[in-house]
Design a protein around this ligand. Structure first.
Ligand code: UD1
Ligand code: CA
Length: 473
């Protein structure tokens, strides 16, 4: 059966108190609308029509970016936001050309919806002769939602918005989740019959239910028990609640798949992060974006990893890692910062207070303390002493440092780039190296140490004499 999905994302979301469209707000590291689209794609729609308006360019860009592998998008513009029904009217032509079948209408602000909910809705809708089927749930506090008014036979007679509801209707706890399956053809007909005769003077999509009933067509409800997955986000308090719910689902999924999460309440993992089994994640850890963690790795506590690849048995402790690759059995931290385009090969150690940027560090090399490595290419088995700095920036341009395998860089060395240290070379502690050093050579740049025998004693005597004169003794 041909399926189409319409996603409503033109509203600003006034209650977010933001200049940005609410569908762009992140839940578990991804804009709400991307989550809705991901779930919708699982029902195999031939096309997804997104209705955009507020922050239109940003919304279109965000949708295309997060679903670059899907070519079925069509965007229609709703320049003035005159209600959810008016939003769907903008998709009328695209729907008419879609080849009939079933149209799902979803909102861009319900990020917790799952593909299973859509499957259940589709099964309920195709299980009888219905013009539409509404996904509903029952909540303790229905305030703000449209209420489901059922007929004697159990069908849906009307959906009444909070602000248009009388006291009795307000007591109905079954609510409209804002997700519907429509017969495409019947939806197109009903759209032309909508009016804006309500408290907000908007065209409500929910009024299609009344229209169908008046035409003698039936509307079904697909009632789901777990209302937490259907929440619509209208303000930042609800946004935090949605984040908490999604986070607990994500953490649970990883734990069931064999990942140890020591304290799920303080572990923040984005929806797309991939983690193999036997990884241990300690408290206070954030794993973002497209991060991938291989088996046996230990991450945290207090660690932030974004868009990075961590190989088997690597350890990251109290550190920040951005757009980097960490090899097998490598160790990072405590208090290290790997900035974008860093690649640590297997068994590399990056230790206390070390910053690495856009550098390749070869197998088994170590930089254990207080070092900055930027724009460098370091061979295998090198030792980078405490306080080594690659001076990669001359105030205008960035330059490269190349260090050959087996080189030993003594503590407190400044490597003034562009510079090359040959294989196995030795740089003495405290040197400023501004010329390349051949393989196997010693480079030493130090002012000679001067020793003055007995100096301390002489100085003490002088100091005592001075004190005597000033106190007048
Ligand atoms: C809507 C439903 C309500 C339901 C609730 C579920 C209507 C009239 N009401 O109310 O029954 O319980 O969702 O969360 O449909 N949008 C547009 N253009 C517009 C107006 C809205 O694209 O002109 C989009 C918004 O960007 C949003 C979605 O539609 O993604 C829902 O709009 P919102 O204003 O949040 O509707 P609710 O008042 O929550
Ligand atoms: Ca809403």
């Amino acid at each position: 059966m041909n399926i189409c999905a319409v996603i409503l994302a033109a509203g600003l979301g006034t209650r977010m108190k933001s200049k940005y469209s609410k569908v762009l707000f992140d839940v578990a590291g991804e804009p709400m609308i991307s989550h809705v689209i991901r779930a919708a794609r699982k029902i195999g729609p031939s096309k997804i029509i997104a209705v955009v308006g507020h922050s239109k360019e940003l919304v279109v860009e965000c949708v295309k970016k997060s679903h670059a592998d899907y070519s079925g998008f069509e965007f229609v513009t709703q320049s003035e936001q005159k209600g959810t029904g008016h939003a769907v009217m903008q998709a009328r032509e695209a729907l008419a050309a879609s080849g009939g079948g079933v149209t799902f209408v979803l909102c861009g602000d319900t990020p917790l919806l799952t593909p299973e909910l859509f499957q259940n809705l589709l099964a309920a809708h195709t299980g009888g002769d219905f013009a539409a089927t509404v996904l509903t749930t029952t909540v303790a506090d229905p305030k703000g939602y449209g209420r489901i008014v059922r007929g004697a036979s159990g069908g849906v007679k009307a959906i009444v918005e909070e602000r248009d509801a009388d006291a009795e209707t307000k007591r109905i706890a079954e609510i409209n989740t804002g997700v519907y399956a429509f017969s495409t053809e019947k939806l197109i007909d009903a759209l032309s019959m909508l009016d804006n005769d309500n408290d907000q003077h908007e065209y409500y999509l929910t009024d299609t239910v009344k229209i169908f009933n008046s035409l003698g067509l039936s509307v079904a409800a697909c009632h789901e028990v777990d209302s937490s997955l259907m929440m619509g986000i209208n303000n930042r308090f609800e946004l935090s609640a949605a984040n908490r719910i999604m986070r607990s689902h994500i953490n649970k999924r990883h734990m069931i798949a064999g990942v140890t999460i020591v304290d799920p309440d303080s572990t923040y993992i984005d929806a797309c992060v991939e983690i193999e089994n036997d990884v241990t994640i300690y408290p206070g850890t954030y794993l973002h974006g497209g991060t991938k963690i291989a088996t046996g790795a230990k991450i945290g506590p207090m660690t932030y990893v974004v868009d990075s690849i961590v190989a088997e048995n690597a350890k990251i402790f109290h550190s920040v890692v951005e757009n980097s690759e960490i090899g097998r059995d490598a160790s990072v931290g405590p208090y290290s910062h790997l900035r974008p385009q860093t690649k640590l090969c297997d068994r590399v150690n990056i230790g206390n207070y070390v910053e690495v940027k856009k550098s390749l560090i070869g197998e088994g090399s170590k930089a254990n303390h207080l070092t900055y490595i930027g724009d460098a290419e370091i061979g295998t088995g090198c030792n980078i002493g405490a306080g080594t700095i690659t001076c990669n920036y001359d105030g205008v341009n960035k330059h490269k440092t190349v260090i050959g395998s087996g080189a030993f860089i003594g503590s407190n060395t400044s490597l003034v780039a562009p510079v090359e240290i040959g294989e196995g070379a030795l740089v003495a502690a405290g040197s400023v190296v501004n010329k390349s050093v051949p393989a196997g050579a010693l480079a030493i740049a130090r002012s000679p140490l001067c020793i003055k025998e007995g100096y301390v004693k002489k100085r003490t005597v002088k100091k005592a004499e001075k004190n005597n004169t000033t106190t007048g003794a």
